[in-house]
Design a protein around this ligand. Structure first.
Ligand code: ADP
Ligand code: MG
Length: 288
């Protein structure tokens, strides 16, 4: 006979955008007391559009900032890169060929372009390198900003905007009603993280999080007796997904994340997690 849990979990998977890889994860989803979400592509749409391109000190024009950056971003799959390439296509920019492309984990990308060392990086990278962030970079708190370094000098920046998914608001109401803490961990900057957290009314957030720090966040929450579910989409998230009590890989996330996760959230929709938890609670209450 097919165990009841399998039958039920198969039924709810079919109705919702969930693939349940680990049978006990479904049973245990009713115990979740803290949910740690990633931001981009899960709580938000992950569909970035370029809102501003600025030149710093005018050594390079805005067009040059975009053109040189595009050489790096065409080799990246990050949603920021996708947003920049969308802009490049709109403007019919001819993208130069990069050499020695390298992704700087959790911080950005770098390559040699036309003999110049170009980097497109996070504000955290600038801080590490003791390069000051231009005052006007964050004129809109909700924007994500990446900085363009050419031969070691800050030469410009690109601001991008993403939107919160409407479904996130509804899902968070369900979690709150069920006394589940909702937290967010993002590699994005503090201002953007706070803007998203405030709009959604989250219980807390962690910004400029490097991949290895996600494991520490999960462990710390578990130390406070929380039963932790975490969402993640990248290779970098795999260790934290494994550490979480319920690891949830989102969307068309990388195979590594999916292989480590207990559950795969096909549509990256937080409401599907709300359904899972409510269904789990209702089902196992009846069985006991
Ligand atoms: P998240 O998944 O939360 O965005 P990541 O670790 O993927 O976290 O990225 C952290 C930060 O590193 C981004 O917010 C951005 O500032 C920078 N970054 C990562 N990849 C790129 C890229 N391809 N182009 C520019 N910046 C990037
Ligand atoms: Mg990521």
């Amino acid at each position: 006979a097919i165990p009841l849990v399998v039958a039920i979990s198969t039924a709810i998977s079919a109705q919702n955008g969930l693939l349940i890889r680990n049978r006990t994860a479904f049973e245990e989803s009713r115990k979740i007391s803290a949910l740690l979400f990633d931001k981009t592509g899960t709580l938000t749409k992950g569909d970035f559009g370029v809102t501003r391109i600025e030149s710093v000190d005018n050594a390079y024009s805005k067009d040059e900032i975009l053109r040189l950056s595009s050489a790096l971003e065409q080799s990246s799959e990050h949603p920021i890169a996708v947003g920049i390439i969308k802009k490049v296509k709109e403007e019919n920019v001819t993208v130069p060929k990069p050499e020695n492309f390298n992704a700087i984990t959790g911080k950005g990308v770098e390559a040699d372009v036309e003999g110049k060392k170009v980097k497109v990086v996070s504000p955290g990278y600038l801080r590490d390198e003791k390069i000051s962030i231009p005052e006007d970079a964050y004129s809109d708190a909700a924007e994500t900003v990446v900085f363009v370094l050419i031969d070691g000098t800050l030469s410009g920046y690109i601001a991008l905007a993403d939107e919160i998914r409407p479904e996130s608001f509804e899902a968070i109401q369900v979690f709150k009603k069920n006394k589940i803490k909702v937290l967010m961990a993002t590699g994005d900057n503090e201002k953007t993280a706070k803007a998203v957290s405030d709009k959604l009314g989250l219980d807390g957030y962690y910004s400029e999080v490097l991949p290895h720090q996600k494991v520490e966040i999960v462990t710390e929450l578990q130390g406070k007796k929380e039963f932790v579910a975490m969402t993640g989409d990248g290779v970098n998230d795999a260790p934290a997904l494994a550490q979480a009590d319920v690891g949830i890989a989102v969307g068309s996330g990388t195979d590594v994340a999916a292989e480590t996760a207990d559950i795969i959230l096909v549509n990256s929709n937080p409401q599907d997690i709300a359904s899972l938890i409510l269904f789990g609670k209702a089902t196992f209450k009846k069985m006991i």
